[in-house]
Ligand binder design. Structure first.
Ligand code: COA
Length: 336
C-alpha cells in the first residue's frame, strides 16, 4: 500500500489590506434633473433619499474609474502592482461586451499576465467578488487579489424615463486581499440568486436575446428597465434574510457589528432592512444622498468612506449586504 505522509495543512486566512474609491468629478443634482424630466427635488428626496449623483465623462470608461479606485487601494496597501495575482471586476456596465473590463484594468495597471475577469451579479457584484476572492485565496490558488465594483449606469440610462433616471450614478470602489497566517478578516459570506425575477429589472437588448438593431436603439432597449415597486419588496425581504444568515455563519450577534453597510438603492429600503434585522439607524452607514445607486460600487465605496472618515477603526466588525438584478443578493461579515 502506498504510504502517504499526511500533512496537516494550516488553514489559509484572508487579510483585507486596503480599500479605495473613485467618483467622477461631474455632479448631477436633483435640480438639474428637474430641467430634464417631469420630476422634483421633493419627490426624489422623499421617495429615494437621493440629492445628487456623479456622472462619468464620455472619454472615461468603467475601467478608468476602476483604475483610479485600484490605484488608491494599492497605495494604501503599500504593495506594488506586480504583487497582484488576480483581478476581478464586478460590473454590469462594462467597457465593452468583451474583452472584460478586468482586462482593460489589468493593462492600465501595467500588468500582462495576472488572470483577470469580470463578474456579473448586478448590485450584489461586490459581495460576489468578495466571496470569490476569499475562495481563491483560501484554496491556495492565488495569494493577492484585487477586486473592484465599477459602474457607469449613467451610460445605460433612459434620460427621458423619470422612473429610472433619477436613481443611478457612477462610481468605483476597490479592495485588496491577501493570504495570511494570522488574519481571517472575511468571517462569512452568504450569496443567493433567483433568476425567475429577471423580468423585473434588466437591460433587454445588446445580448443574444435582442441583438442590437435600429429598432432596439429606437425603442431604448439598451437602457435599464425596472418595475420599481416589485423590486422594492423583494429587495427588503432578501437583504433581511441574507444579513441575518451572514451573522449566523460568522457566529456573531447583531450588537457585535460596529457598522452595517447596505446597498444604497433607496433610503426607504435601507430603513426597512434595518428594521427587519433589528438594527438602529445610527449603526447603518448611508451616503445615498450624494451618490445615488451605483450598483456594484455602493457597498465598497461606502466602506471606503466609513474607513476614511474614521467611522471604523482597526478590529471593528462590519456587515455588508446587497441586492440587485437577477435577482441576486448577498451579505458578508468582515473585520477591518
Ligand atoms: N418624479 C416624480 N414622480 C415620479 C417619479 C419621479 N422621478 N418617478 C415616478 N413617479 C411617479 C409615478 O409615475 C407614480 O405616479 P402615478 O401614481 O401617477 O402613477 C408615482 O410617482 C409613484 O410611483 P411608484 O413607482 O409607486 O413609486 P415608489 O414609491 O415605488 O418609488 C422607486 C419608486 C423606483 C423609487 C422605488 O420603487 C424603488 O426604489 N424601487 C427599488 C429600486 C431598487 O432597489 N432598484 C435596484 C435594485 S438594485
Amino acid at each position: 500500500m502506498l504510504k502517504v505522509k499526511k500533512q496537516m495543512n494550516k488553514k489559509i486566512g484572508v487579510k483585507i489590506l486596503a480599500t479605495g474609491s473613485y467618483f467622477p468629478k461631474k455632479v448631477l443634482t436633483n435640480a438639474d434633473l428637474e430641467k430634464i424630466v417631469d420630476t422634483s427635488d421633493e419627490w426624489i428626496s422623499t421617495r429615494t433619499g437621493i440629492k445628487e449623483r456623479h456622472i462619468s465623462e464620455n472619454n472615461e470608461p468603467t475601467s478608468e474609474l476602476a483604475y483610479k479606485a485600484s490605484l488608491e487601494a494599492i497605495k494604501t496597501a503599500q504593495i506594488k502592482n506586480e504583487d497582484i495575482d488576480l483581478i476581478i471586476v464586478a460590473t454590469v456596465t462594462p467597457d465593452m461586451l468583451f474583452p472584460s473590463t478586468a482586462c482593460f484594468l489589468q493593462t492600465k495597471l501595467g500588468l500582462n499576465s495576472a488572470p483577470a475577469f469580470d463578474l456579473s451579479a448586478a448590485c450584489s457584484g461586490f459581495i460576489y467578488a468578495l466571496a470569490t476572492a476569499k475562495a481563491y485565496i483560501e484554496s491556495g490558488l492565488y495569494k493577492t487579489v484585487l477586486i473592484a465594483g465599477s459602474e457607469e449606469l449613467s451610460k445605460f440610462t433612459d434620460w427621458t424615463d423619470r422612473n429610472t433616471c433619477v436613481l443611478f450614478g457612477d462610481a468605483a470602489g476597490a479592495m485588496i486581499l491577501t493570504a495570511s497566517e494570522e488574519n481571517d478578516d472575511v468571517l462569512s459570506v452568504c450569496l443567493g440568486a433567483d433568476g425567475s425575477y429577471s423580468e423585473l429589472l434588466n437591460m433587454p437588448a445588446g445580448g443574444t436575446v435582442n441583438p442590437a438593431t435600429v429598432e432596439t436603439v429606437k425603442g431604448k432597449l439598451h437602457t435599464i428597465k425596472m418595475a420599481g415597486k416589485e423590486v422594492f419588496k423583494v429587495a427588503v425581504t432578501k437583504m433581511g434574510i441574507a444579513a441575518e444568515k451572514a451573522l449566523v455563519l460568522a457566529g456573531k450577534k447583531p450588537e457585535e457589528i460596529t457598522l452595517y453597510i447596505p446597498h444604497q438603492a433607496n433610503m426607504r429600503i435601507i430603513e426597512a432592512v434595518a428594521k427587519k434585522v433589528g438594527v438602529t439607524m445610527d449603526k447603518v452607514f448611508v451616503n445615498i444622498h450624494k451618490t445615488g445607486n451605483t450598483s456594484s460600487a455602493t457597498t465598497i465605496t461606502a466602506l471606503d468612506e466609513a474607513i476614511k472618515t474614521g467611522k471604523l477603526k482597526k478590529g471593528d466588525l462590519v456587515e455588508l449586504v446587497a441586492f440587485g438584478g437577477g435577482f441576486t443578493w448577498g451579505a458578508a461579515v468582515i473585520r477591518i
